[in-house]
Design a protein around this ligand. Sequence first.
Ligand code: GLN
Length: 498
Amino acid sequence: MLPCTQKIAELPFKPKGVILSGGPYSVYEANAPHVDPALFELGVPILGICYGLQELAWHHGKNVLAGEKHEYGHAYLTIERHSESEEHIDRLFKGMEKEMEVWMSHGDKLSKLPDNFHPIASTSNAPFAGIASTSKPYFGIQFHPEVTHTPKGKQVISNFAIEICKARPDWTMEKFVDKEIERIRVMVGKKGQVIGAVSGGVDSTVAAKLMQEAIGDRFHAVLVDNGVMRLDEARTVKETLTQHLGINLTVIDASDLFLGRLKGISDPEKKRKIIGNTFIEVFQNQAKEIAKAAANTPQAGDIEWLLQGTLYPDVIESVSFKGPSATIKTHHNVGGLLEGMHLKLIEPLRELFKDEVRALGTNLGIPEDLVWRHPFPGPGIAIRILGEVTPEQVRIAREADKIFIDEIQAAGLYRKISQAFAALLPVKAVGVMGDKRVHDQVIALRAVETIDFMTADWYPFDGQFLKRVSRRIVNEVNGVVRVLYDVTSKPPGTIEME
Ligand code: GLN
């Protein structure tokens, strides 16, 4: 994935083909991004998607303008077939049925067909929903084949990459693991040592296991128990990582320090900052200890590297043509914050998407329940306890969360749901328990389904399930009198509550 500003002469390899992606600009705007025209001299197949199609048309005669109607959502695409002599222009939709459901998201359109192009597909609103050059392997589509709402989209991409570009689909997880382990060994060398924080989540565990396979105990994992992890989490993470995965792990129990600093704080942003900064402080002190100890090991190497579980979506974000986005989460940048240690970053997952990280985890022998873990925020349940975080609030939120997650697992719903948790609201409500009036706390349950975490919908549990969870929480968690279920989608809600 390269930014569109890439100079073709400076490409470090010769591609088999190029896909021009979509984008928010309009090609006719003054400041719109354009590809290096040398791209069209490369002589390789090109597929333009949405903005990419418009860019292709713009290059071939500037035939793009704002449409009268915007088109967002489902559309039906009709594929046109051509005579046998022009068969090559049908290759993009080879083997596909005449009609298919596609997802559209555009406002601009082609005003006319560029010279030497043929229409290969249309919708009722877009006569040029698909075009192909009659003389060159150039294709453009107005719809988005890359989203789940275009069910046959993968076939289109595969036709382009495999049939048209002749790319070989020979990437396998086994080969990736071997190559990556070798690459890490060469990079780190015979003496270098690597340090990295682990959280018990999928990404950091998979990255840690890969390091352990590559360099054994020269990788030093650190788990900081911040006092706001899930119930029993620190203990179970330690068990899994050391006993099952053989990772060289140090656990630091800093719960008192974190909870002490969180005392009296109820502003969500302040909570996040305190937890983030305290984490860096604790991790940094530990890193120095480990560095001292490492200097006395048989390998006597210095800690030169910091492991980070960066995934490909973060990388994509940082190649935006306007430069790295300011929205990249700060926890991906702890590297720069380890003052005075001058560590180099090692990011073995940077070419993988989440589903591939999971497949890699399975391949490395990481237990299934860890590989399929729901995401858990860095500030932990501190941001699921609305209001002040006290040890007593932590107890309540943890116990309620444990019951909710256990019930989701027992009902076989854990993998269907993308993220679920119990939040503790900063209010009290009245109830009656054992004939006595009580005034106690309120738990809000949240469970969402999502593919990419950008948008999400709440999970429609059946009534019996909610009844069971609510009864258990009220009966088993001291201090809770009511249980609510959050029925807000994202947007406008966020997945977490703070
Ligand atoms: N901004 C362009 C349009 O509105 C392209 C949109 C896209 O690539 N999704 O048509």
